[in-house]
Design a protein around this ligand. Structure first.
Ligand code: NAD
Length: 511
């Protein structure tokens, strides 16, 4: 059966060619949030199907590992070329399942491709065996460390960037030599299946990249399927459940959760650039970005001008279902009420809706909303809104802005606009990533680690840290010759230890 994803050109979504896992508890549809049309039908994989997927993935892992970094790079490079050649097809699918404008979907896949390139190109350098100094006590040893793959990595993903976000784990885990079982969001299973199918085209020998589809139960089953690591991206509440399930088997976890990122505007900032960035950060992808700008702290002396610049731009933006809309719909229907309540509560508590208001919520769309002077304890300031809204609050100094930014429970990304103090302010932000005088730039730099602190989770995807996340460091010593003084033998004499103590006094007992 072939279905056509809505939103323009023919997109082949062959839903029968799903992973080789047998579905056992029925199927579900993924829908286009703009129209409610069915994009694809997918199996609900239950516990036994998930275990089978892990078994299949594991059956090819050793082969994948033994290809070595160079062999895997060749395959991952080939996958990258397939993704580039089919970029429009993938973008149609991303757009159909999330509702995001087609160019935003294309941009997402451009980032996927660049990260895949980086992971494949750098895995050997970052993870391959390297010698380390063996030190004075073990001078006879050749010491080295290498990152060996865990085995099978379970990847659980969200829907807001259904290709880019999970590929931050999938590409890096594969480059490190792991097999992968991916559980995409129930809202975007087709994108997950598309990734699996394109990979299988360049690695037909073994089913080492599996996809399991379904709801939370399928994800929970993956946590309990004896995978060797779980990389989760999604909400903080689900992240806690994932950790709890993984704790039963001491399965290590990487947890990438929500955020409430702040943007600081200092008195010397380029206000036009800051307004442009604030709006893109807050409203692009209809605000459904974990590292989106949700609140702004602007220094009093420039606040009126800044608010005006943001408002002028926000008023011109319109959501819609057409591929060229400025922003698409709210992908997850249940979030609409959260967005409406955050706006209503902010206004009830004395905040001002400078652009839009509760009337801006027209499901499935929400027009951009700009709120000012919202009390700091309002959900619009403390909780993830995940809609095209922005709160702009005034502060006396940029330092006060940093203090307020750091007061929240999340710590994912952040932004600073300042000519003189950019890096200084950035370093004081309690977050995993900061962009100075631009917004979200760090996510598009493959060499930079991505992840947060606090309720935003822990562990890193992307960059060298992201590669190391998917390998276990293995330390090896190799004896090159016998030491004249060997303290680790029952044959040692008392003189041996005395000499070692004297040596340590000499070398380490002084300044
Ligand atoms: P979610 O937590 O509802 O779901 C995420 C995934 O977890 C889905 O695949 C879901 O089926 C699965 N799941 C649900 N219950 C589960 C359970 N008990 N055990 C295992 N898996 C389970 O999140 P969402 O609504 O899909 O995504 C939006 C959230 O993701 C936002 O909070 C956003 O900030 C966050 N996010 C974070 C990042 C990041 O890198 N930090 C990136 C993108 C999105």
């Amino acid at each position: 059966m072939t279905q056509t994803a809505s939103g323009g050109a023919e997109t082949s979504v062959d839903v029968t060619a799903t992973s080789e896992v047998t579905p056992t508890t029925g199927s579900f549809d993924s829908l286009d949030p703009r129209t409610g049309e069915v994009v694809g039908t997918h199996p609900i994989h239950d516990e036994s199907a998930v275990r089978e997927a892990v078994r299949l993935a594991r059956s090819g892992q050793q082969w994948w590992d033994e290809l070595g970094f160079a062999g895997r790079k060749r395959r991952l490079d080939a996958w990258r070329r397939v993704l580039v050649s089919r970029l429009d097809e993938g973008a149609e699918l991303v757009s159909a399942e999330t509702g995001k404008p087609l160019d935003d979907a294309r941009l997402e896949l451009v980032l996927v491709v660049d990260h895949l390139h980086w992971a494949a190109a750098n895995a050997a350098k970052v993870l391959g065996r390297r010698g380390v100094s063996s030190g004075v006590l073990m001078a006879n040893q050749a010491a080295s460390v290498e990152y060996r793959p865990f085995g099978v990595v379970g990847v659980i993903g969200p829907w807001n960037y259904p290709a880019f976000t999970p590929m931050g784990s999938i590409a890096y885990a594969l480059a490190a030599g792991n097999a992968v079982v991916f559980k995409p969001s129930e809202l975007t299973p087709g994108v997950g299946e598309w990734l699996r199918r394109t990979f299988a085209e360049v690695v037909p020998e073994h089913p080492l990249f599996q996809v399991v589809t379904g709801f939370g139960d399928t994800g929970a089953a993956l946590c309990r399927a004896h995978v060797d690591k779980v990389a989760f991206t999604g909400s903080t509440e689900t992240g806690k459940r994932v950790m709890a399930a993984c704790s039963e088997s001491l399965t290590p976890v990487l947890v990438e959760c929500g955020g409430k990122d702040a943007l600081i505007v200092d008195s010397d900032a380029d206000l036009h650039a800051a307004a442009e960035a604030a709006l893109w950060g807050a409203v692009s992808n209809a605000g459904q970005t974990c590292i989106g700008v949700e609140r702004v702290y602007v220094v009093d002396s420039v606040a009126d001008r800044f608010v005006q610049l943001v408002a002028d731009r926000a008023e011109r933006l319109r959501p819609g279902g057409q591929p060229t809309a400025d922003l698409g719909p709210i992908t997850m229907g249940s979030q609409v009420e959260v967005i409406r309540e955050h706006i209503a509560d902010a206004v009830r508590r004395g905040g001002t809706a400078v652009v839009g208001g509760t009337d801006s919520v027209r499901p499935p769309f929400v027009d951009p909303v700009v709120l000012t002077d919202v009390p700091e304890d309002s959900p619009a300031v403390t909780e993830e809104t995940f809609g095209p809204t922005i709160v702009i609050n005034r502060v006396r100094t940029a330092d006060e802005g940093i203090a307020r930014a750091n007061a929240g429970r999340y710590g994912l990304g952040g932004t600073v606009f300042s000519r003189a103090r950019g890096l200084e302010l950035a370093r004081r932000m309690r977050s995993g990533m900061v962009a100075v005088n631009s917004v979200i730039a760090f996510a598009a730099v493959p060499a930079l680690p991505f992840g947060g602190v606090g309720d935003s989770g822990f562990g890193r995807i992307h960059g060298a840290e992201g590669l190391r996340e998917f390998g276990r460091p293995q330390a090896v010593t190799r004896a090159r010759f016998r030491m004249p003084l060997n303290p680790m033998s029952f044959g040692r004499s008392p003189r041996t230890v005395r000499r070692l103590v004297a040596l340590m006094r000499l070398l380490r007992g002084r300044r």
